[in-house]
Design a protein around this ligand. Structure first.
Ligand SMILES: [Zn+2]
Length: 394
């Protein structure tokens, strides 16, 4: 078996910055601990050293200027970038889940719109807080921190700056949030687009139904106001539904294809410890008549549902109970395939909205990068290396 070696090394340096406001040159002590594997001890150490040197060269610490107390723009930019990159996956995960819940008909279009608006607003506010938090409001306190670091020998002044120059240049760090806010605003418009288009088209929204926008020939299901309490919430039913055009009293009820839940359970037997009582809302799914003349018409759906469910019988046995429910629900139809078109609009609006949220995060990342590049790049003034013993691994 090939043996691999790991090298754990500690690299440190003094890194100098030129203050962006008072011109002070100051340096702080920086330390990085790196571990790396390799085929031999020498190779592992070499790789660890290269990784450590890269970290020392590319990263900066959080240390204020000893003369004017300014945290340098590149320090702030790196911190903002880190927080934007941490928050972005959570934001996109939330949008992904929300989109899935809508497409699976678990939540309705209006609920999804409300959540999407809330999500986009939260994404905007999170970005605003990340960029809005400035560590340079209290320069006096920052100078106090710098003094403590000097005493602890982690910070030193190479060349003092000019405090007057600092007060002249004291301007708020540029907050390039305008573009990011513009993308957030456009994202809100994009997710609201399907709802605006639906209203413009005059398509009815049926609050009780899933999907809520339907046309002739499409399938939709409705939760009834009734529910059953049964063992483990199990139930099955036989359903008959007739529909009638409410605007035409002379029309005859039409029977439509319908379905409901078909749970199964053992016919009888002793109750088990896992047999708890749970309450479930009843639902019915219908295939609406594919009659184009029903476009824009309101239908009254007469629903007759006979349910069966397991219940507790004598001597802790399981018995089947039956109960009938009669209910009427109204439903206004849009054009044929309206549900499909509305879903496509919704996906287009939603994906555009999510894309624009991504653009707002990118705008903030770009702004942080611009801020980082504004300053004279920090440089390593002294560095050293301490190598810890290498430990062979099997
Ligand atoms: Zn300064």
């Amino acid at each position: 078996m090939t043996r691999t070696f790991t090298a754990k090394i500690e690299l440190c340096c003094w890194k100098s910055h030129a203050c962006a406001q008072c011109g002070c040159r100051y340096a702080y002590f920086m330390i990085r601990k790196v571990g790396h594997g390799g085929a031999s001890q020498e190779q592992a150490t070499e790789k660890a050293q290269a990784a450590g040197n890269w970290q020392l060269a590319s990263e900066v610490e959080w240390q204020p200027c000893p003369t004017c107390g300014l945290y340098q723009p590149d320090m702030i930019a790196r911190r903002r970038r880190r927080w934007h990159l941490r928050s972005a996956p959570l934001i996109f995960l939330a949008f992904f889940i929300l989109g899935g819940l809508f497409l699976a008909d678990v939540i309705q279009a209006r609920q999804a719109l409300a959540f999407a608006i809330a999500g986009i607003s939260i994404a905007g506010i999170v970005g605003f807080f990340i960029d809005g938090r400035s560590p340079n409001f209290d320069r006096g306190a920052n100078c106090g921190l710098a003094e403590k670091e000097i005493v602890a020998e982690r910070l030193r002044t190479i060349e003092p700056g000019d405090p007057q120059l600092a007060s002249q240049r004291s301007r708020r760090m540029k907050r390039p949030s305008l573009l990011a806010w513009l993308f957030i605003g456009l994202a809100l418009v994009a997710v609201a687009f399907p709802e605006l288009a639906r209203r413009q088209s005059g398509w009815a929204y049926n609050t009780a139904w899933h999907p809520s926008v339907v046309g002739p020939g499409e399938i939709s299901y409705v939760y009834l106001p009734d529910s059953v309490a049964s063992i483990k919430g199990l139930w099955r039913g036989r359903v008959e539904v007739t529909v009638r055009d409410v605007g035409d009293p002379a029309s005859l009820p039409i029977r439509v294809a319908s379905a409901t839940r078909q749970a199964t359970w053992p016919a009888s037997g002793k109750l088990e410890s896992s047999d708890v009582i749970a309450t479930q809302r009843l639902w019915v799914r219908l295939k609406l008549p594919a009659n184009v003349s029903l476009t824009g018409k309101t239908l009254v759906c007469a629903i007759q549902l006979v349910t069966e469910y397991p219940w507790i019988g004598p001597d802790n046995t399981r018995v089947d109970k039956s109960e009938s429910f009669i209910n009427t629900q109204e439903l206004t139809l849009a054009i044929p395939r309206a549900s499909f078109y509305y879903r496509v609009w919704w996906c287009v609006g939603y994906l555009t909205g999510v894309f624009l949220v991504g653009m707002s995060i990118l705008a903030r990342l770009r702004a942080a990068e611009t801020m980082r590049r504004q300053v004279i790049p920090p440089e390593i003034v002294e560095n050293s290396l301490s190598i810890r013993p290498c430990s062979p691994l099997p």
